[in-house]
Design a protein around this ligand. Structure first.
Ligand code: NAD
Ligand code: UDP
Length: 323
């Protein structure tokens, strides 16, 4: 049945993909985004769809009287480069933003999904990370505006659920990549692909032995939508892919897949950069009857293809401006 779905942060990387998927399933989509880390260009292909409405608004102050069935709360800068740019804005978005969306969910009796993150585990001492793990987070570091903001947002969701029976869903998303990431987003996959396509050096922070587990965006969307469709609130679930790679392996793979002449160079490891990260997906696989399908290499090939087209478009714009 067609639903009215609000997607906050709908012009960002995951949001653009999610809005497209929901529209293709026949839902009406309202997208709120203040374009803090994204560009309107990202959702240009959706704007002519009669089922799609876009409000350029901040979620902390959004107060239009709308009636919806579901809210996906994705609004928040997600790349360390972006969320550290204005840490107070990041913290406010996480806390006042979810508070405002929870109040809206309560008022309209909507189900609300909070996009939480693997970062709530901090630099984890338990590996792979299970949902019961409370984490190892520095509350005064440069990543804290994001990590602690997301932890407080989970708390608010749980308290709205306990106090008002708000129908909440919490998903802890692990590193996700794919088309519609910004060219200058700053995260590792987009950074490495753009550098490799331009035959520039790939900058590995630290010695490259730190690990991450990368999920292709289409797999993530399947799990997000399944989580939203669950009959009852089930507590936080890890979402992602449990294949773990070192950052050096990712750099080498991308150089090889792009047939690039790029070299690898080493830069200092940022403060509080987690050493290892991999989700334990046992609970998620059982509850959602879902498994990530897309292998890293296949996902990277699709993403490289997307970035090639984006760089071509960018070069054409620069050429036209010069003429
Ligand atoms: P993104 O930065 O590409 O998109 C976030 C979007 O939110 C942007 O369009 C931005 O303009 C918008 N936004 C930020 N603050 C806002 C505000 N106050 N009001 C309105 N709009 C605002 O990030 P993404 O990768 O698409 O991440 C989406 C969500 O998923 C985020 O909440 C992020 O924390 C979470 N998440 C993502 C990943 C990942 O690997 N991509 C991992 C864990 C969690
Ligand atoms: N990283 C890197 N080079 C880059 C960008 C990131 O070596 O150009 C490293 C970063 O230090 C981290 C990992 O890659 O160890 C993943 O970084 P990202 O910003 O994508 O996400 P994080 O998991 O840290 O939030």
């Amino acid at each position: 049945m067609s639903k009215k779905v609000l997607v906050t942060g709908g012009a960002g990387f995951i949001g653009t993909n999610l809005c497209g998927r929901l529209l293709s399933q026949g839902h009406r989509v309202i997208c709120i985004d203040n374009l803090y880390t994204s560009k309107l260009q990202n959702i240009k292909h959706l704007l002519s769809n009669a089922y799609f409405t876009f409000f350029k608004e901040d979620i902390t102050t959004f107060e239009k009287d709308i009636v919806i069935d579901q809210i996906y709360n994705l609004a928040c800068p997600a790349s360390p480069k972006q969320y550290q740019k204005d840490p107070i804005f990041t913290m406010k978005t996480n806390i006042y933003g979810i508070q405002n969306m929870l109040a809206l969910a309560r008022k309209t009796n909507a189900r609300i999904l909070q996009a939480s993150t693997s970062e709530i585990y901090g630099n984890p001492l338990v590996h792979p990370q299970i949902e019961e793990y409370w984490g190892n987070v520095n509350c005064i570091g440069i990543r804290s505006c994001y990590d602690e903001g997301k932890r407080a947002a989970e708390t608010l969701c749980m308290d709205y659920h306990r106090r008002y029976h708000t129908d909440i869903r919490i998903v802890r998303i692990f590193n996700t990549y794919g088309p519609h990431m910004g060219l200058d987003d700053g995260r590792v996959v987009s950074n490495f692909i753009v550098k490799a396509l331009n035959n520039e050096p790939l900058e590995v922070y630290g010695d490259g032995t730190q690990t991450r587990s990368f999920c292709y965006v289409d797999d993530l969307l399947d799990s997000l939508i399944k989580m939203m469709a669950q009959g009852a609130s089930v507590g936080p679930l890890n979402l992602g892919n449990d294949d773990e790679y070192t950052i050096l392996e990712i750099a080498q793979k991308i150089i090889s897949l792009t047939k690039s002449k790029s070299k690898i160079i080493y830069k200092p490891l940022p403060e509080n950069d987690p050493a290892r990260r991999k989700p334990n997906l046992n609970r998620t696989k059982e509850i959602l009857a879902w498994n990530p399908q897309i292998q890293l290499e296949d996902g990277l090939i699709k993403t490289i293809d997307y970035f090639k087209k984006q760089l071509l478009l960018l070069n054409n714009v620069v050429m036209e401006e010069r003429l």
